[in-house]
Ligand binder design. Structure first.
Ligand code: SIN
Length: 299
C-alpha cells in the first residue's frame, strides 16, 4: 500500500529521514530504516571538514526548534571512505552543499559511487556563502542543477528555500535544468532571544526554524509547487503525525521527509506515521498512496 517508485528507486514507504538528523554514519542510517524510514538523506557533505558552530546550536520552542549547526560534516573524503563498499537495502540520498556550481559538480562526481540520488542543499538559511545565499537566485539554482546533471546519471533533487518571495520560480528553474525532483522546504530563517541575557540564544545568533510551527508554510509551498511543476515534489516541514503526512500527499507531494519529529518523538515516529497512513488509505477506500497524491489540487 505504501510502496512507491520514485526517481527510479524503490522505497518501502514514502517516509524519508530528512538531512541532518541521526544520519552521520552507515549504522545510524540502517537504524532509521529498521525503525521504519523508507529511505534516508545523509547530513550535508561539503568539500572540507567543518566543525560547525559553537554551542548553543539548538533552541527548543513550543512549536518546533531553531537550529544553526553550521553544516558540520567530515568533508567528502572522509565521508567517501566511510560509505564506500557499504550495502544498503533502502535508497540513500546524499546531501551536498557547495559555494558555486563547480563545487557542487566536484562533490557529485566524487560521491557518485556511494549515492543512489543526490539532494542539493540550496537552502541552509544561515551559512555564509552557502545554501540559501546562493539558492535564492533562480539562475544559480538552474546552473547548479544543470552542472550536476551533466556529471551524474543519478537522480538530482534540488532542496529549495522558503526564504524567498517566490519558491515556484526556484522550482521552475530546477525543472528547466532537468532536476529529477525538488524537495521543499528547508528551515525558515529565525531567531530567539534570551530576555535575561538580552542577547540571541544561538551562538550563530540566527538559525532555521523547523517543526510543527512551519507546517502550514511548507504545505503551501508544496501546494504551489505542485500546481506549476511536472517533476515530483518531496514535502518537508513539520510533519509530525500521519494526518500531517496525508495533507502533504493531498497537496501534491510524492514523498515526505521527516526530521524535527525524529528529534522530538524518536525514530518510532516513522512506524507511527506509516500505520496511520495505511489505516487512512484503507478506511477512505484507496489501495495505494499514489491514489491520493495531489487530490487537493483538483478543487
Ligand atoms: C546546519 O547544518 O546548520 C543546517 C543545515 C541546513 O539547514 O541545511
Amino acid at each position: 500500500m505504501l510502496k512507491i517508485e520514485l526517481l527510479g528507486l524503490e522505497f518501502e514507504n514514502p517516509l524519508i529521514l530528512a538531512s541532518g538528523v541521526v544520519d552521520m554514519t552507515p549504522e545510524l542510517l540502517r537504524r532509521a530504516h529498521r525503525e521504519g524510514a523508507g529511505g534516508v538523506v545523509t547530513k550535508s557533505i561539503g568539500i572540507e571538514p567543518r566543525k560547525g558552530y559553537e554551542n548553543p546550536t539548538i533552541v527548543e520552542l513550543p512549536y518546533g526548534l531553531i537550529n544553526a549547526m553550521g553544516l558540520p560534516n567530515p568533508g567528502w573524503e572522509a565521508f567517501l571512505e566511510e560509505f564506500k563498499g557499504q550495502k544498503f537495502e533502502f535508497p540513500v540520498i546524499v546531501s551536498v552543499f557547495g559555494g558555486n556550481p563547480d563545487e557542487f559538480a566536484f562533490l557529485v562526481e566524487r560521491l557518485d559511487e556511494v549515492a543512489d540520488a543526490f539532494e542539493l542543499n540550496l537552502s541552509c538559511p544561515h551559512a555564509k556563502g552557502y545554501g540559501m545565499e546562493i539558492g535564492q537566485d533562480p539562475e544559480n539554482v538552474y546552473r547548479i542543477v544543470k552542472v550536476t546533471k551533466e556529471i551524474t546519471d543519478k537522480p538530482i533533487i534540488a532542496k529549495l528555500t522558503p526564504n524567498t518571495n517566490d519558491i515556484v520560480k526556484l522550482g521552475l528553474a530546477a525543472e528547466r535544468a532537468e532536476a529529477d525532483a525538488v524537495s521543499a522546504i528547508n528551515t525558515v530563517k529565525a531567531i530567539a532571544i534570551d530576555i535575561y541575557a538580552k542577547r540571541p540564544i544561538l551562538s550563530n545568533k540566527v538559525g532555521g526554524y523547523s517543526g510543527p510551527g512551519i507546517k502550514p508554510i511548507a504545505l503551501r509551498a508544496v501546494y504551489d509547487l505542485a500546481k506549476s511543476l511536472d517533476i515530483p515534489i518531496i514535502g518537508i516541514g513539520g510533519i509530525t503525525s500521519w494526518e500531517d503526512a496525508v495533507e502533504f500527499f493531498l497537496a501534491g507531494a510524492s514523498a515526505v521527509q521527516i526530521g524535527t519529529a525524529v528529534y522530538l518523538k524518536g525514530l518510532s515516529v516513522f512506524k507511527e506515521i506509516a500505520n496511520g497512513l495505511e489505516n487512512y488509505l484503507r478506511t477512505e477506500g484507496f489501495s495505494s498512496i499514489r491514489e491520493i497524491i495531489g487530490l487537493a489540487l483538483k478543487v
